[in-house]
Design a binder for this molecule. Sequence first.
Ligand SMILES: C[S@@+](CC[C@H](N)C(=O)[O-])C[C@H]1O[C@@H](n2cnc3c(N)ncnc32)[C@H](O)[C@@H]1O
Ligand code: SF4
Length: 434
Amino acid sequence: MIPPDARAAPPPQEGAVNGPAESVPWRPLDGPVRAPTPVERFLRPGTLQITALPPLALYVHLPWCLRKCPYCDFNSHQAAEGLAPQRQAEYLAALRADLEASLPLVWGRKITSVFIGGGTPSLFAPEAIDRLLADVRALLPLVPGAEVTLEANPGTFERERFRAYRAAGVTRLSIGVQSFDDTLLGRIGRVHDGAQARAAVAEAADAFDTFNLDLMYALPGQGLGDLAADLDVALAFSPPHLSIYHLTIEPNTVFAAKPPPALPDDDGASDMLDLIAARTAAVGLERYEVSAFAKPGHRCRHNLNYWQFGDYLGIGAGAHGKLSFPHRVLRQVRWREPAAYVRAALAGNAVSNEHEVARADLPFEFALNALRLRDGFALADFGARTGLPPSAIAAPVDAGVQRGLLARDDDVVRATARGFDFLSDVQALFLAPR
Ligand SMILES: C[S@@+](CC[C@H](N)C(=O)[O-])C[C@H]1O[C@@H](n2cnc3c(N)ncnc32)[C@H](O)[C@@H]1O
Ligand code: SF4
């Protein structure tokens, strides 16, 4: 999954590089006063106390697709003819330069997982993914057994490609199926049909020990029977992991300008979610996050790190990152347009915007992620990840418990079943008073 904040909050306008406001003079132990380097600025004292840095993941964004889907607001750009090897090589060089320039911010830390997302990463040849992962390994240590996920679209691969991705070091494939129904796929503008989706899943199941299927529901004209049929096909493959998203009409998409007819209403969508919950539970797929279902041992470690408010370095066009320092949390965004990104990254300036998360905003940012998890979070982890005392969220937690939206057992806070249904209301309790 693309980092969770990638859609929620559009980045500030490109070009406005928001370095931390202060740039106080700095006196290194071994020399005269001078302007601080970026790293020194992030290491200076502050009011947060993050005593142990969280796990660090790596997100790599590959921003091209064969065609732009009418509902999609991710940073994806059309490459109808696919990607010529030269274009792939140029982008890989930019990614490497981006990674090299980022190293001072993550010195001494190991990468716990890698997620190669898009766009459509499977437009890149296995040799290109091999080169990318070799560059990553050469520059940043990966923990032994690190999860390495690659997003793949049906209809963009040749037979044997999935095995070659595995040989390159990918350990987990995530396939964007959305539906197996040709009519529904046509209505949401997908380039592939149901047969190609089935072939892709069969090949993933054959080549990988663990894989994910992305499905969407509440599609134009979809009825409960259509969804049941999609679930039948998906579950017949015994997927270790399923991500199932309610189709949302995002601003600035083709569907926002011209909404498709016959979208299911709220009651219809709620019945669909009930069906999804019942069918997945019956086959041992546990709903561990709002949209994620997994068999034991197959939860996505990379996405769990986002939801647990871990750190991630995001490289590639438009990629978002979150990095912690002992006294601050930094958010970064890379240049969004691929050609601009390549130019800037090769010149050592891949980051278009960065800002420190304000102390007052940390409770909401934390809740936005952690309350998506069925298991919620431990108050101690809130303290460890934000550097704030538990008292910083005492009021919203009490309010949520009183309204039956949150449950608190000793140190653990989680959404109740009712809270899970009204999650944005629960998360809003954690907003800073304005
Ligand atoms: C960033 S996309 C990349 C996956 C891949 N390119 C694909 O589409 O097959 C990840 C997933 O987000 C989901 N998604 C994208 N746009 C959505 C929308 N408007 N509403 C709900 N889910 C959406 C889809 O399930 C998609 O597979
Ligand atoms: S294939 Fe995926 S990333 Fe590309 S436009 Fe469609 S939904 Fe967006």
